[in-house]
Design a protein around this ligand. Structure first.
Ligand SMILES: CC(C)=CCC/C(C)=C/CC/C(C)=C/CC/C(C)=C/COP(=O)(O)OP(=O)(O)O
Ligand SMILES: O=P(O)(O)OC[C@@H](O)CO
Ligand SMILES: [Mg+2]
Length: 231
């Protein structure tokens, strides 16, 4: 599997738990975004994931599945990569390595390792579903976020460090600090991007920006504007 994903600057995150009006999937897939990521924390099932996968796989755009649990780790049906999160800033070991352990215990032989890309999540919005579910300690300074980013990059050698503010626009200085602290890792930023200005601001520091909720709440013109801002 090629590592072309490292060149993406704009990723659109689609939630299998949410509905899109007819035609919307085609507009998103042809918006100029570099890849579609299928992901959500709550109410994502194998069934709604496969349904969304079926809708998006027609367009030839790279498709990433980002599972929140082992039952959503899917390799077939047009999936190019499986981005598997570990949350670094939690004391609950399940979200760092525990789910991964049970995944391997129950289905180790079924894993296509050349499709798997590990992601080190630093979760910074305590009110997001991912913040609540994982019990992440979101009260971190830029220095503390940078230290987590360095642990991920230099020690664990995660290929991706994901600064996650899901649902809220974050602090660009935190993203700048994390980006400045890593050596090899690709920096993802996601959370609350709803304009070209915000996309450009986070895109200055992050290698890849992720737009999620805006696709459902703002529409295609906003998505296109965020693409243009980082391309
Ligand atoms: C070992 C395997 C295969 C899976 C476990 C993966 C882990 C540890 C996940 C923990 C973090 C997590 C739940 C990631 C899911 C991706 C994510 C952050 C989605 C965004 O979620 P929100 O936007 O907060 O949730 P909703 O959109 O559902 O409200
Ligand atoms: O939905 P938004 O707030 O755009 O966040 C994108 C993504 O980082 C969520 O995991
Ligand atoms: Mg979401």
């Amino acid at each position: 599997m090629h590592a072309n994903w490292k060149t993406w600057t704009h990723v659109t995150k689609l939630d299998p738990d949410k509905r899109l009006p007819p035609g919307a999937v085609e507009e998103i897939a042809t918006s100029g975004t570099d890849a579609l990521m299928l992901s959500g924390t709550l109410n994502v099932t194998r069934e709604n994931l496969l349904e969304l996968l079926d809708q998006v796989s027609l367009y030839g755009l790279p498709v990433v599945v980002e599972p929140a649990s082992p039952d959503c780790a899917i390799f077939d049906g047009g999936v190019d990569h499986l981005f598997v999160p570990s949350v670094l800033n939690t004391d609950d070991v399940r979200w760092i390595v525990g789910k991964h352990y049970t995944w391997l215990l129950s289905n180790g032989d079924g894993i296509k390792w050349d499709m798997v890309v590990p992601e080190a999540y630093i979760v910074l919005n305590p009110d997001s579903a991912v913040g609540r579910v994982t019990g992440a300690d979101c009260n971190l300074s830029a220095r503390e976020v940078s230290a987590f980013a360095q642990v991920a990059d230099r020690y664990f050698r995660f290929p991706i460090v994901y600064i996650e503010y899901s649902g809220r626009y974050g602090d660009p200085r935190v993203v700048q600090a994390a980006a400045g602290a890593v050596h090899d890792a690709i920096i993802y930023y996601g959370g609350g991007i709803r304009s070209a200005k915000q996309a450009a601001e986070m895109g200055r520091y992050a290698d890849t920006i992720v737009v999620g909720n805006a696709v459902y709440e703002e529409g295609i013109e906003v998505l296109r504007a965020t693409v243009r801002a980082v391309h």
